[in-house]
Ligand binder design. Structure first.
Ligand SMILES: [Zn+2]
Length: 791
């Protein structure tokens, strides 16, 4: 049964929210059915949900961690696809970390010129090449070109008609693998050097007085222990080969020579002059220069102890980092720690245009689009030299993330914000985030190209990168926590037996300085029956795609228009199913395709989320941060962002097994029981809600107070108490944090407390604070739209 019926609309009785399709149930059912091994064959195999724990076995298609499609059976005619209104999109996370039990990526075999490729479309040798003529020729499944097999790549065919060496060569039997690139694939045809991480500190009064600079300096040696090590085919380096460097800036920029007897500071930057002379020895091996780095980390807080400067020359500091990489012939990443709106005279100067009253109105673009092209131009220049930027912002006031964050957006980087930083509360969180950021898998100076079989083509791309032409995504950096969405256009008829093939090639420099190509192949089925599409689509991927697309489109049009289009598209998708695929039933009945039954819920969540609908209760910078998050996040992260997890913390059934994360309940205020406590999280923020009738023993065990009104309102973490209740609760919080991309800040919210209204805005099944419809109301609205389309 691929469809479900929901109530009679005309009956007049109030719909029970618990009868509406539930994401918790969908997640749980898939978990039960599909935990375990997933073999990526045959072509078009629908993977388990992103929320299910599965182990991938590569059967000739890439792992769904690297690539997912909104559909695994593509309608054979463009007309049919258009009629359904279901988008054909891909979500790519080419650096996604493998799970325990999964094979690493193996290196494919190359010939003297590098990997074997199709002469016409330049696709790489992979299971998409079909050998014939006794192995002398191969046909490219993407463009159907017949290619001569290079003599040095020739191999006889076996009795099954496959190359006899098929299982000895990763590129002939696996969906995902890597090629080690030849100098042809490198900048100036020279093999790259090891990349570098450069830490760039703004020396403003805020940064110094809040203890940020001393915190970073005191922990730097420890953080550098976590630099990523390269690995290939299961072989890992024993030490990281990345270089490191340090830059500080206030109204001028300072480099530090790390090689020699003692670290040496050089003040060099002339603000008007784009050319930055970089002294020798600024980038070094962190082990070789360990003593000097330790000395420098002792010195920096001393040198700037009494600073009176309020703002640093951000643009110049980033240019200086870029010049340091360029001067040493390396690519790399800048970790920029910054606190102010750049107001020093010079090209990167910005004005304070914060006006949160505009958020949520038609005029919001005037505060959400960049106010100057300086940071966009700088971003492009950075991509040109393979320098990515992650921005860590510690602001009390407006810093204009919409403008300065462009350097992150264009280079494949990200923005993180720690407003009103207090070392005691936010210090541990910052260090956790930094450690994760530093240690995760990352590549540099990357170019990504998506090739497809004839009849379809990649036309639009959403995420953080730069495009100089219509096909290549340039990413100064790319890491395991980022995803890119690709819109595929269907413009020619496809035959059912042929299928649709996609090959993504990511050319990059690894953390040890090796130039490689990561090849990610995916084969999809084609169908002549529309029902096949509805039986083979992936809603989680579709919603990540919709989110990224919305972030791009609402800056061109308006948030209101984008939301209206999403809603009407949802109705079209569902009406088309009802008309063409569902079994006959009463007109008053809402019929939803099984795999898309949560589409209305998630579209309502997307329409009301802070990235698309954030209003004047948030700052412009906060809104920008949400936009960056949804533009880059993975499928798992977008799901919890749309539909936050609500976890009951006091077990009503004490016999239940008390390990792991508790079973979530529907994200609605009705589920909050006054005699219990709940954790609510969306991957960016976490609330601990405490009911007014929570047992005083529980309060004592967890917080050392008797009642919620005695709680310290500034509490940002739980006291470490030695009793089972406290231990269990802290274990839950730790586990939730370990699953998120960031170390989530905890806010404790007593029932009826003044911050409860903030928490309520995340209870997405309820009516929203700014009039967003509840789940039930939205579903009724969609039902009405569907009925209108049916007539
Ligand atoms: Zn080809």
């Amino acid at each position: 049964q691929q469809q479900q019926q929901y109530g009679g609309q005309q009956s007049g009785r109030r719909l029970n929210p618990d009868d509406m399709p539930s994401p918790l149930q969908v997640i749980e059912e898939d978990r039960r059915a599909r935990t375990g091994e997933f073999l990526t064959a045959p072509r078009g195999a629908l993977p388990p949900l992103a929320t299910t724990k599965f182990v991938v076995r590569d059967g000739g298609n890439a792992s769904p961690r690297f690539i997912r499609s909104t559909m695994y059976s593509v309608p054979s005619t463009p007309d049919m696809l258009k009629q359904t209104s279901v988008p054909f999109g891909l979500v790519l996370s080419p650096l996604a970390a493998p799970q325990a039990g999964e094979q690493p990526l193996y290196p494919g075999s190359t010939i003297a010129d590098g990997p074997v490729r199709c002469n016409r479309c330049k696709a790489y040798m992979s299971p998409l090449m079909h050998f014939m003529d006794g192995g002398r020729r191969f046909e490219c499944m993407l463009c159907h070109q017949m290619n001569e097999t290079p003599a040095e790549y020739f191999c006889n065919m076996d009795s099954q008609g496959a190359r006899a060496d098929k299982y000895q060569r990763p590129e002939l039997c696996l969906g995902a693998f890597e090629y080690i690139a030849t100098p042809e694939y490198c900048r100036n045809k020279q093999l790259p050097k090891e990349p570098a991480f450069i830490f760039v500190f703004e020396m403003s009064q805020l940064m110094v007085q809040r203890g940020l600079i001393s915190l970073l300096c005191q922990n730097m040696t420890q953080l550098l222990q976590h630099l990523p090590k390269d690995s290939l085919g299961g072989q890992s380096d024993t030490v990281s080969k990345l270089k490191v460097g340090f830059i500080t800036y206030d109204s001028s920029v300072h480099f530090y020579k790390l090689l020699g007897q003692a670290p040496e500071m050089c003040v060099v930057c002339d603000k008007e002059e784009m050319f930055v002379p970089v002294p020798e020895g600024v980038l070094c091996d962190p082990n070789e220069a360990a003593d000097n780095i330790a000395k420098l980390m002792d010195n920096i807080p001393q040198i700037f102890l009494g600073t009176k400067e309020n703002s640093g020359v951000l643009g110049n500091a980033i240019q200086a980092g870029m010049s340091a990489l360029k001067a040493s012939g390396r690519t790399g990443k800048l970790f920029v720690f910054h606190s102010s709106l750049p107001q020093t005279e010079g090209p990167g100067k910005l004005k304070n245009r914060e006006d949160r009253k505009l958020l949520g109105t038609e005029k919001e673009k005037s505060v959400l689009s960049p106010q100057s092209v300086f940071y966009n131009n700088l971003g492009q220049e950075l991509v040109g030299v393979g320098c990515g930027v992650d921005l860590f912002v510690f602001n009390d006031g407006y810093v204009d993330l919409s403008t300065i964050g462009q350097v992150c957006r264009l280079t494949g980087g990200q923005v993180q914000k720690y407003s009103y930083f207090q070392r005691e509360h936010d210090g541990p969180r910052l260090l956790q985030d930094l450690q994760r950021n530093i240690s995760r898998e990352i590549v540099f100076d990357a170019v990504m190209r998506v090739r497809t079989s004839t009849g379809v083509r990649a036309v639009d791309f959403y995420g953080h990168f730069f495009m100089a032409n219509t096909q290549d995504l340039e990413l100064a950096i790319m890491d395991s926590t980022k995803a890119v969405a690709v819109e595929v256009k269907h413009d020619d008829k496809l035959t059912e037996d042929e299928g649709v093939y996609i090959q993504t090639a990511l050319l990059y420099t690894s953390v040890s300085g090796q130039r490689r190509l990561r090849i990610i192949n995916l084969g999809l089925n084609t169908c002549t029956q529309m029902a096949e599409l509805y039986k083979n689509c992936d809603l989680d991927t579709l919603m990540n795609f919709f989110g990224k697309m919305a972030m791009s489109k609402f800056m061109e049009n308006s948030a209101k228009q984008v939301k209206e289009q999403l809603v009407s598209r949802t109705a079209t998708v569902l009406a088309c199913y009802r008309k063409n695929c569902a079994s006959p039933s009463a007109a008053g009945q809402l019929i939803l395709p099984e795999l898309l039954k949560l589409l209305p819920l998630y579209v309502n969540c997307l329409a009301r989320c802070e990235a698309l609908s954030g209003g004047q209760d948030m700052s412009c910078d906060e809104r920008a941060l949400h936009i960056y998050h949804l533009s880059t996040c993975t499928i798992e992260a977008s799901l919890v962002y749309y539909y936050p997890r609500l976890l009951p913390l006091i077990n009503s059934n004490p016999d239940a097994q008390d390990v792991g994360i508790p079973t979530p309940v529907r994200t609605s205020y009705e589920k909050l029981r006054p005699d219990s406590a709940f954790l609510l999280e969306n991957g960016l923020i976490m609330f601990l809600w405490i009911g007014s009738n929570v047992p005083s023993q529980w309060m004592n065990d967890v917080f050392n107070v008797n009642a919620p009104h005695q709680l310290d309102p500034t509490l940002s973490d739980l006291p470490v108490n030695d009793n089972p209740t406290s231990q269990r609760l802290r274990a839950i919080i730790d586990e939730v944090r370990s699953e998120s991309m960031f170390h989530l800040r905890l806010f404790v919210v007593p029932q009826q407390g003044k911050h409860e209204v903030v928490l309520r805005s995340y209870l997405v099944e309820d009516k929203g604070v700014y009039g967003a419809p509840s789940y039930v109301d939205f579903l009724c609205h969609i039902h009405k739209e569907i009925r209108a389309l049916m007539q």
